[in-house]
Design a protein around this ligand. Structure first.
Ligand code: NAP
Length: 247
């Protein structure tokens, strides 16, 4: 149990975030739930979490892409959380993003730049305290660029590299950094997609994997774990073959 520990969940309105909130609250964490239009949209989830798990739940306003607001957001966090999970992300359609740079930029700003801004603000505070855990949700899409989603994938590749460096920087300061690489997950983001059942996780499975990773101080996890093998194979396809594949 993690009594008296606090977890901040960023992008708290999503299916995955709700599952993570439920999992961590069931383990005794108090929660800080951050999202856009937080008070209006999170009040019901917060009440439900309090009734079910009896911990404290606070709803905080945050736009991950609005980096100018991040210093004030971090300053008001009371207490400084023990665990931070950044779930926020966007994945507009690849072809639309090829034609409209604003969509590509939205992915860069939300999936990468916004997370860097938040984690860079949180890292020195956790390091001076000497404890903390930062969890970034990357994606298997960042392991190799494919024509069908390489703009989204490249923002996740950048995030994966960022988290690797941050983990290296903070390892001696008592702060742990976890990279989560989900494959397919049944959420609003993948609604309407024809996903292979055996390779598709439910949000609750990802939440459980994240909880175990926090407890065991894992560095990089794939969810479902089979994706580690799938991506190992995909990463090793020679480029002269890979560039001819329609994937
Ligand atoms: N689903 C998958 O198959 C899959 C696979 C690999 C990785 N992932 C990653 O997993 C994470 C969660 O995805 P999901 O599947 O749960 O997607 P989702 O249901 O679309 O949720 C994404 C969440 O991000 C929030 N968000 C987007 N832009 C934001 C911003 N500027 N500020 C604050 N919050 C913002 C959204 O908030 P609003 O409600 O305010 O829009 C939404 O709650 C994402 O990082 C995604 O890239 C998902």
């Amino acid at each position: 149990m993690s009594q008296n520990q606090t977890a901040l969940i960023i992008g708290a309105h999503s299916d995955m975030a709700r599952a993570i909130a439920n999992q961590l609250a069931s383990e005794g964490y108090n929660l800080q739930l951050a999202a856009r239009n937080a008070q209006a949209r999170l009040a019901r989830s917060a009440t439900d979490l309090i009734l079910r798990h009896q911990g404290e739940v606070n709803c905080l306003e945050l736009d991950v892409a609005a980096t100018d607001s991040h210093a004030d957001f971090i300053e008001q966090l009371t207490p400084l959380p023990d665990v931070v999970v950044c779930v926020a992300g966007v994945m507009p359609d690849q072809q639309s993003a090829e034609q409209d740079y604003a969509l590509a930029k939205l992915m860069i700003d939300t999936n990468y730049a916004g997370v860097v801004s938040l984690f860079e603000g949180l890292a020195p505070r956790m390091a001076s305290r000497g404890t903390g855990c930062l969890v970034g949700i990357s994606s298997v899409a960042g392991d190799r660029g494919r024509q069908k989603n390489y703009i989204y994938g490249s923002t996740k590749a950048a995030l994966t590299t960022y988290l690797s460096g941050l983990r290296n920087r903070l390892a001696s300061k008592g702060v742990h950094v976890i990279t989560v690489k989900p494959g397919f997950v049944n959420t609003a983001m993948t609604e309407g997609m024809d996903l292979p059942e055996k390779l598709t996780a439910e949000a609750s499975e990802v939440a459980l994997d994240i909880s175990k990773a926090i407890q065991k101080q894992r560095n990089i996890i794939y969810s479902k774990p089979i994706w580690r093998l799938v991506m190992l194979v995909i990463k090793h396809i020679p480029e002269f073959i890979f560039k001819k594949l329609d994937i």
